[in-house]
Design a protein around this ligand. Structure first.
Ligand code: NDP
Length: 499
């Protein structure tokens, strides 16, 4: 180790890079001063009469006023969705449905810069991520499910797939446009109509998406967007006209929704929190693994349900991994989300910043050792420096609870069995990462880890063809791939052909 450290110290790579600012122009986005609810293809004033500003977390500047829907508004949206379902959409030739989805996908691509800038403005994520990950993946989901819309009989042979009706969808603030695409694309491909509630702090790309829908000439009522806070979400969940609820968010709200729906007969999928293990074996390519660790926890400020927030390092390589990681942290650029050089943007909201601060304080009090690279945080807005905790015990809150911020907890292990035991020692089960050069060990670990997704020698890779979802308190049901169509379909058992 000391030898390695010495060699690193001599390495020509500087510990920080100076760049000239490269801000993306924001004038491509033209915001209205006020947005109503998108119901039946029209903008409606909310019956609730309530509006609240959506603010930029990087500057605290109000961007636009957004309607806060109440019970009556949700009811109007569900009625519009039911009407569209019964009078056109569910009976439309599947190839026609596919055409609309292809159109939406292409418009998302055409307007990608506008959507990316707005996503970064409203949510605080670096433009590099919204431009290269969120928006292209959102378009890819529409392309992918457009392809399935007229092939459902082949996707589910001998099972007579049918749409289920009106889907109520509630999404979080960490990937606003992408989560919208994950939810709306399979629902429409299967022949359902939708009422979607975006998160309170990030409604603007969903509202711009309504313009995309108009451009695509999607029939009115097929997609309805009701902005607002948790109250609108709760109204949607309990509305009797909704046939299926798809929710992504906190485990706490997910549990409340499950309790509310028990016995109602409504279909439900829950994509909840996580506390993923990113496991580095001593035969792994260390530089590559360090990039994977950084991508695993600092991507999107750590506001990622599948973030690799618990790092397990094999004891024999602990010191070089930590040295390399600290060095790499020194090169991360924290700041203006619209700057193309930025690696770590703003924390999504004041509330989330306070939650991160509380858990970091708990980590210090419990005895973990904190490391933050020197970095100057902007004075206005919500910011948190990339953080690494070492000396972490499994019982600490920072090793147990979802922090949902740029905070990594490092633990160690000696044997593969110990790695598995510690990795699975969590109420969650969404994702995991394994770094080793042995293929057999990857396969063995993937079988042992109780996680919906296991990445091998990579992290945070997403693809519309690949199902995503969790075990235990990370929820149930899958999104993406063929598995992601299943919850939006009913299969009439009496029509099963063949045997
Ligand atoms: P929530 O679970 O509260 O929010 C997710 C969505 O559900 C939002 O649209 C929210 O509206 C809505 N909602 C809130 N309450 C209800 C309700 N009773 N019934 C129906 N819908 C409801 O997450 P938070 O934003 O409060 O974040 C808290 C923590 O949750 C984070 O710190 C993180 O740990 C975790 N989280 C996990 C996510 C994941 O991807 N798995 C995503 C987001 C958060 P509104 O925005 O108005 O509150």
């Amino acid at each position: 180790m000391t030898d390695l450290q010495r060699r690193q110290d001599r390495s020509p790579v500087p510990s920080s890079f100076d760049y000239a600012p490269a801000p993306e122009a924001r004038d491509i986005v033209r915001l209205e001063s006020r947005y109503g609810l998108y119901v039946g293809g029209e903008w409606l004033e909310p019956r609730s009469g309530e509006y609240q500003p959506s603010i930029s977390p990087a500057t605290e500047e109000p961007l636009a006023e957004v309607a806060y829907g109440g019970a009556e508004d949700v009811d109007l949206a569900v009625t519009a969705a039911r009407d569209a379902y019964e009078n056109g959409w569910s009976g439309l030739r599947p190839a026609e449905r596919a055409k609309y989805l292809f159109r939406i996908a292409r418009i998302l691509q055409e307007r990608s810069r506008e959507l990316a800038v707005l996503e970064s403005l409203d949510g605080g994520k670096p433009i590099r991520e919204s431009r290269d990950v969120d928006v292209p993946l959102a378009a890819a989901h529409f392309f992918y499910y457009a392809g399935w819309a007229d092939k459902l009989e082949y996707a589910f042979p001998n099972r007579s797939p049918r749409p289920i009706g009106v889907a109520g969808q509630i999404i979080p603030w960490n990937f606003p446009l992408l989560m919208l695409a994950w939810k709306i694309a399979p629902a429409l491909a299967a022949g359902n109509t939708v009422v979607l509630k975006p998160a309170e702090t990030t409604p603007l790309t969903a509202l711009l998406f309504c313009d995309v829908l108009r451009q695509a000439e999607l029939p009115p009522g097929v997609v309805n967007i009701v902005t607002g806070d948790g109250r609108a979400g709760a109204e949607l969940v309990k509305h009797e006209g909704v046939d299926k609820i798809a929710f992504t968010g906190s485990t706490e709200v997910g549990k409340a929704i499950q309790r509310e729906l028990a016995g109602s007969g409504k279909k439900l999928t829950l994509e909840l929190g996580g506390k993923a293990a990113n496991i580095i074996f001593d035969d792994a390519a260390l530089d590559q693994a360090v990039e994977g660790i950084v991508n695993g926890i600092y991507f999107n400020q750590g506001h990622v349900c599948c973030a690799g927030s618990r790092l397990f390092v094999q004891e024999s390589i602990y010191e070089p991994v930590i040295a390399k990681l600290k060095r790499r942290l020194g090169t991360l650029r924290v700041g203006d989300p619209l700057d193309k050089n930025t690696d770590v943007g703003a924390i999504n909201s004041k509330m989330q910043l306070e939650r991160i601060q509380e858990l970091v304080e708990a980590g210090k009090e419990e005895g973990a050792e904190i490391y933050q690279p020197p970095c100057q945080l902007p004075e206005k807005g919500y910011w948190f420096a990339p953080t690494v905790f070492t000396n972490v015990a499994q019982s600490y809150r920072i090793a147990q609870e979802e922090i949902f911020g740029p905070v990594l907890s490092v633990l160690t292990f000696r044997t593969p069995d110990e790695a598995v035991e510690k990795a699975n020692n969590t109420p969650y089960g969404l994702s995991a990462g394994v770094w080793t050069e042995k293929g057999s060990r990857i396969l063995w670990m993937a079988q042992q880890l109780r996680a919906g997704v296991v990445w091998a020698n990579t992290y945070n890779r997403f693809d519309p063809t690949s199902p995503f979802g969790g075990y235990k308190e990370s929820g149930f049901g899958r999104e993406g791939g063929l598995h992601g169509l299943d919850p939006y379909l009913r299969f009439d058992a009496s029509e099963v052909k063949g045997g």
